[in-house]
Design a protein around this ligand. Structure first.
Ligand SMILES: [Zn+2]
Length: 106
């Protein structure tokens, strides 16, 4: 695997990894809030919902893995220049390559 393919995988899994790290921080914060006697009731209420929030990064991870599988088996069209995975640009009507960062029209 070359360096550009590694960057492509990091970009593909970045949303799931980022949300997982945010979940860890929120979970630790809610544990410390629950441990404080002044804020224990709020912390215990929030701690009930924090485990459900782990579902979001798990779904994003599964979606990224599914896209990687589809691309790897040739079921998803790749970039015309390098063959990398394409992702919709959120601000413009383009597909952006996660490997070479070039754009292609939709
Ligand atoms: Zn490309």
């Amino acid at each position: 695997m070359d360096i550009d393919s590694g960057k492509m995988l990091v970009k593909l899994y970045a949303p799931a990894i980022g949300l997982f790290l945010m979940w860890v921080v929120v979970d630790l914060a809610m544990r410390s809030v629950a441990a404080n006697p002044m804020t224990a009731s709020v912390g215990h209420e929030a701690q009930r919902w924090v485990p459900l929030a782990i579902a979001v990064p798990i779904v994003l991870y599964a979606h990224a893995s599914w896209r990687l599988f589809q691309w790897n088996t040739g079921r998803e069209p790749g970039c015309r220049s390098c063959g990398g995975i394409l992702r919709e640009d959120l601000r413009r009507p383009y597909l952006r390559c996660l490997r070479c960062n070039r754009t292609e029209p939709l």
